[in-house]
Ligand binder design. Structure first.
Ligand code: EPZ
Length: 421
């Protein structure tokens, strides 16, 4: 196991490059199961999660070559329909092989993903959508078994208690590309990563309209062909660096290969606090030259404030004098980072589904524990902003979703190093 050791309080400056989107890459890799022809996917971040998905595709029978952020996925014989527990349990995103396997093979046996620290993470909407396309679904020994000779298009509603579901929309949209007839998904997820997946499927010959909006229409086709496709950059990684620049009061960090188009909720919240975030030719600039005001946020499905930036935003507000209320409508329990931030001198308490942040002038370095991907990113920001040294244990959480984060931050002048636990 490794830990990250950070000396806080240093002036950071320079350019940081955003990698390809993890949450685009995972469903798009699964979509390659919909064809026997080769798929080349560019701008794929080399992460624990994309390496896990590559391993899963290999166990399913695909040959996967992953070089310089480009994936080459080709068939090398019949594809298995079984996605094993040992892989799916390490990364719940692999559950999105269900739709493609079922559509391509007429059968899929996929392990139910476990929960994780941010919530129970049910899959009822995935199953509702797949059943809505005519699949017969049984559950056996922790596996979902879905069968259907030929899926049939249908008008489906995929809204849940917490709003739309990103990967349920992905699973059903992928399955519908090979179904007989037209499928309409109401209350579809509008995330840019869902739009990116739809564009990938269209490049394979799928017929999809309305993607990126709450109603997506898919007209089934008999077959999909191979393709070459470049995925979008990671808006959550970009947003993490925007909040890092703001929290460490560094006005000279330039974030490359990113667009604010998909980050307007964050830009708006920061504007209210007194931080100007602008972009020019694919580069993002963060400027804050005044005393910041506390700003309360509630997370929602896209285009609302992203839950994946909630922890990072909390760190900024922990450093802004005044009271902020933070509520996560997507994952109401996604507050495991509160205890760790309080160890660093933050003053945050839970009140029901709210986190009440009493901002202070400084945080102080301390040994802390990473718990989930985005909470770990928040601890890195806190460590860079704090006075003194911070040790972040269980680094593997970070490596799941941030490509070379420590070397990218070292290039900005951060004193940050990996050490064996
Ligand atoms: C995706 O997860 C992302 N992961 C998550 O990012 C992200 O936090 C989440 O969307 C929300 O934006 C990937 O894309 C790989 P959901 P997903 O289904 O699709 C409930 C990260 O840090 N729900 O949109 O699994 C669910 O419990 C990760 O990169 C149901 O009730 O999330 C949650 O409250 C963390 N039933 C809400 O919907 C279902 O069948 C949104 O979840 C499915 C979900």
């Amino acid at each position: 196991m490794e830990k990250l050791v950070i000396e806080g309080g240093r002036r950071l400056k320079g350019e940081v490059e955003v990698s390809g989107s993890k949450n685009s890459a995972l469903p798009i890799m699964a979509a390659a199961l919909l064809t026997d022809e080769p798929c080349v996917i560019e701008n794929v971040p080399k992460l624990r999660d994309t390496l896990t998905m590559a391993k899963l595709l290999r166990t399913l029978g695909k040959a996967v070559d992953f070089e310089n952020n480009t994936l080459k996925i080709v068939s090398r014989g019949p594809v298995s329909h079984v996605a094993e527990y040992k892989l799916v349990s390490t990364m719940r995103g692999s559950f999105c092989v269900l739709g493609p396997l079922l559509a391509k093979l007429g059968i899929a046996k996929v392990s139910l993903p476990g929960g994780c620290v941010i919530g129970v993470r049910p899959v009822d909407l995935h199953l509702k959508g797949i059943a809505g396309l005519g699949a017969r679904i049984t559950i056996d020994a922790g596996y979902i078994i879905a069968k259907s000779k030929r899926l049939k298009g249908n008008h489906l509603y995929l809204g849940g208690v917490f709003g739309s579901s990103v990967l349920a929309t992905a699973n059903v949209m992928m399955a519908a590309t090979l179904a007989q007839g037209v499928t309409t998904i109401d209350s579809a997820a509008c995330e840019p990563e869902v739009e990116d997946l739809a564009n990938f499927l269209i490049s394979m010959g799928a017929k999809i309209k309305g993607h990126g909006g709450p109603q997506i229409t898919i007209t089934g086709v008999k077959k999909l062909h191979g393709t070459t496709y470049r995925i979008i950059s990671d808006r959550i990684e970009a947003g993490t660096y925007v909040l890092l620049a703001a929290a460490t009061k560094n006005n000279n960090i330039v974030i490359k290969n990113a667009s604010l188009t998909h980050l307007m909720a964050l830009v708006d919240a920061l504007q209210q606090s007194g931080i100007r975030v602008t972009q020019d030719q694919g580069k993002i600039y963060v400027k804050s030259n005044q005393t910041l005001k506390p700003v309360s946020i509630t997370t929602h499905p896209y285009p609302g404030f992203p839950t994946d930036l909630q922890a990072q935003f909390m760190v900024l507000m922990a450093l802004v004098p005044g009271v902020t209320v933070i509520n996560d409508k997507v994952y109401p329990d996604r507050f495991i980072h509160i205890a760790e931030l309080n160890r660093m001198g933050a003053n945050i308490r839970r009140e029901g589904t709210n986190a009440i942040v009493q901002g202070a002038k400084h945080l102080f370095g301390a040994p802390v524990m990473a718990s989930d991907l985005r909470a770990s990113a928040a601890l890195v920001i806190a460590g860079l902003a704090a006075k003194g040294t911070t040790e972040i244990h269980r680094m593997y959480h970070l490596d799941r979703g941030y490509e070379d984060l420590d070397s990218k931050l070292q290039a900005l002048g951060a004193r940050i190093r990996r050490e064996k636990e």
